[in-house]
Design a protein around this ligand. Sequence first.
Ligand code: SAM
Length: 272
Amino acid sequence: MSCHITVGQAVNRKEEYSVLQDERIVTFIRSMDTKNSEVLERIERESVEMGVPIIRPEMQSFLRVFLELVRPARILEVGTGSGFSALLMAEYSGAGCRIVTIEADRRRAAAAACNLAVHPDGEKVRLLEGDAGSILPTLDGTFDFIFMDAAKAQYIHFLPEVLRLLRAGGVLISDNVLQEGDILESHYAVERRNRTIYKRMREYLLTIKTMPELVTSIVPIGDGAAVNVRRDTGMKGLSGSADGETEDRGGAADAVVNVADRSADEAEGKSE
Ligand code: SAM
């Protein structure tokens, strides 16, 4: 059964090579990839045709490795798209794993719901339709693994809620954090329409790199991924530890709550 719904312009996967990597290296790595299940291959194909972005092959393997490492019982995804990555995570996680995924776009949520219904592991996934900014505060409990793949300018705003929901020792992966290399340019070299994303993403990266609650690595894979492990602050020597030792990393955590200029979001819209 097909879940083909018209939601946008077809994307060319070949054009998705990132400026961050040598195209030949990416081609070489991709040539070694084993295929996904038939149903995932079909969803990937249709998503590309429908113009719904999905994670690149490099991020697919990256996620699979982390799922094997973490063996999560609860996964949270922000940015469902057509449901491809949620279903990939459903396939590569244990039978008892449950996934909550959030999608703001009504047509994409409809395509995702259709894909979940036809995938054998679809029942592991709960799709919540709406803006993650409103939905995240309503979620209870903690998650072992969180995958952030929504509007890049929103990551910094989602962070406080995402951290509330990430258990100690849990892993947070955020995709597309290097903005096709724009991130390292000067403010003036970035196209005006991309400047809000640029500013917010720099703030996000600085925050997650410096906040004592997280151990973070920024990896130039695909369009850049940030991998964070939430530290167990009960461990000796870490911030907030039993021996009272604290670390001052320049008040980066404050930056999370002091984010100004939320209104710029509306001007920018919820781009991926
Ligand atoms: N993770 C998906 C996959 O690989 O199959 C792709 C997700 S796509 C890159 C990003 C999605 O995030 C889009 O479908 C977009 O509508 C959604 N999104 C953007 N901002 C959002 C928000 N504030 N709340 C919920 N979803 C949002």
